[in-house]
Write a protein that binds this ligand. Structure first.
Ligand SMILES: CC(=O)SCCNC(=O)CCNC(=O)[C@H](O)C(C)(C)COP(=O)(O)OP(=O)(O)OC[C@H]1O[C@@H](n2cnc3c(N)ncnc32)[C@H](O)[C@@H]1OP(=O)(O)O
Ligand SMILES: O=C([O-])CC(=O)C(=O)O
Length: 436
């Protein structure tokens, strides 16, 4: 057993009594109330899920295992010659809440290598798909196609409930180890005439991904930063919640992650980063070579709103300030590409859009989210096929949601099944001033 798995088991054993005490002794303690607006309005702000992997504060943004983004980047062991931590060290941290030593990271690296070989049938299946399939369809299908590899499913009938976490962990780790090669394959197959670059055994995940994408340094660090930033956003967002929900039926990690990836592919969620680039390209085309100014950006934003569409990359269901993931990427741009014209345009949008959205008065949060800034960096390093961007998000998001479903099984969370009501019931309770 690796040090990571040993520590994870110790952490699970330490944690279980806390959950058991809460459910046995305090199950009736009320922590929230639900109103009609929330029932119709997407369950917004109902405190109804539990996860210890990350927590999202509306003002401060995300904390992974109690650490904000700068603290996470500072605490974890860096890749050799890189500015950012390895994804392997972050995986250890997400699962255990502990900062690993370099020896522990090296062990995760070796473990990933031993699992990384993607079965040939995955590539055969991808090649059989129409080449103009969206890359998210390809990613989701590739994940689902490997379901027959699931240890969780194979051993389900012979496994005790308290041991479900073990095979879930095995499947989760195998998936994380394979996703970079699958993503890079989709990219090179679709956009680089099928000129596939084989993985290199001696590289960490970020460096190997950059290598397989065919993009030079510092794209290895960009990949590490990007995967870590996009990994987790507590468990109510669409991709995390979907993965958790599907896994709650004891569907394995392959079924669950594939489902979560399908949710990430929606334009109000992960696909917003593709939408941002789409918006910018349409804007530049409309400008016909003229310099962007605050005035013409403002007009284009109003045109978008007046046509009944959202401004992609702005607003959030929980956040009420600029997303710190936006800020982290902006700081990367200031250091590495301060004079890039696209970066300048995104900054100009940042100057103008919050005012426009505030004036329009609909959104509860006029500030940018992660998706407003992420495409700029990819574009700068030559990854201009922006319908691919959500695949990058998906590889990162897998880290968080797979760590979560491993812990879901460890803590024995039940099948999720909220109660629904009819509109007539809501009308009756509305007339009575509540459900008496
Ligand atoms: C990784 C991520 O998933 S981050 C989010 C990525 N998504 C985007 O960037 C897409 C643009 N943003 C949005 O559509 C929304 O802000 C969401 C989906 C992120 C959050 O939705 P909600 O929690 O419902 O936001 P909120 O409560 O502020 O919405 C109130 C109204 O403001 C509108 N609104 C919210 N954000 C925006 C925006 N960026 N542009 C225009 N209108 C907006 C909503 O559509 C809604 O309008 P309606 O009353 O006509 O239906
Ligand atoms: O938290 C959310 O609802 C959306 C989001 O930013 C994410 O999932 O990363």
């Amino acid at each position: 057993m690796t040090r990571l798995k040993t520590r994870l088991l110790e952490k699970i054993q330490e944690h279980r009594p806390r959950t058991q005490k809460l459910t046995k002794e305090f199950a009736d303690v009320v922590i929230d109330q639900v109103n009609i607006g929330q029932v119709i309005g997407g369950a917004r702000d109902i405190h109804a899920l539990v996860t210890d992997i990350s927590y999202l504060d509306p003002q401060e943004g995300i904390r992974f295992r109690g650490k904000n983004i700068p603290e996470t980047f500072a605490a974890l062991p860096k890749a050799a010659g890189g500015e950012y931590p390895t994804v392997e060290s972050f995986w250890y941290f997400l699962l255990t809440g502990e900062v690993p030593t370099q020896a522990e990271v090296d062990e995760v690296l070796a473990d990933f290598k031993s699992r990384a070989k993607v079965p040939g049938y995955v590539f055969d299946m991808l090649k059989a798909m129409p080449k103009d399939s969206h890359p998210m369809v390809m990613l989701s299908a590739a994940i689902l196609s490997m379901q027959k590899e699931s240890q969780f499913a194979a051993k389900y009938h012979d496994t005790k409930k308290t041991d479900y976490w073990d095979t879930m962990y095995e499947d989760a780790t195998t998936l994380v180890a394979r996703l970079p090669e699958i993503a890079a394959f989709i990219y090179r197959y679709k956009y680089k005439n099928g000129d596939i670059i084989a993985p290199k055994a001696d590289l960490d995940m970020g460096a190997n991904f950059a290598h397989m994408m065919g993009i030079a340094k510092p794209y290895d660090d960009v990949a590490r930063m990007y995967f870590i930033l996009h990994s987790d956003h507590e468990s109510g967002n669409v991709s995390a919640h979907t993965t958790h929900l599907v896994a709650s039926a004891l569907s394995d990690a392959y079924y669950s992650l594939s489902a979560g990836i399908n949710g990430l592919a929606g334009p109000l969620h992960g696909l917003a980063n593709q939408e941002v680039l789409d918006w910018i390209m349409a804007f530049q085309k409309q400008m016909g070579g003229a310099e962007p100014t605050e005035e013409n950006v403002k007009k284009a934003l109003w045109d978008t709103l007046n046509s009944g569409h959202v401004i992609p990359g702005y607003g959030h269901a929980v956040l009420r300030k600029t997303d710190p993931r936006y800020t982290a990427q902006m700081e990367f741009c200031l250091k590495h590409l301060p004079n890039d014209p696209l970066f300048k345009l995104v900054n100009m949008i940042y100057k103008v859009a919050p005012g426009v959205l505030t004036e329009q008065g609909k959104t509860k949060n006029p500030w940018p989210n992660v998706d407003a800034q992420s495409g700029v960096i990819q574009w700068y390093y030559g990854l201009k096929e922006y319908d691919f961007y959500t695949v990058l998000f998906g590889v990162g998001r897998a880290l968080g949601v797979l760590a979560n479903i491993t812990w879901d099984r460890a803590l024995g969370y039940p099948i999720e099944r909220p109660k629904s009501v009819t509109t007539a019931m809501l009308e009756e309770w509305a007339a009575k001033g509540g459900r008496k």
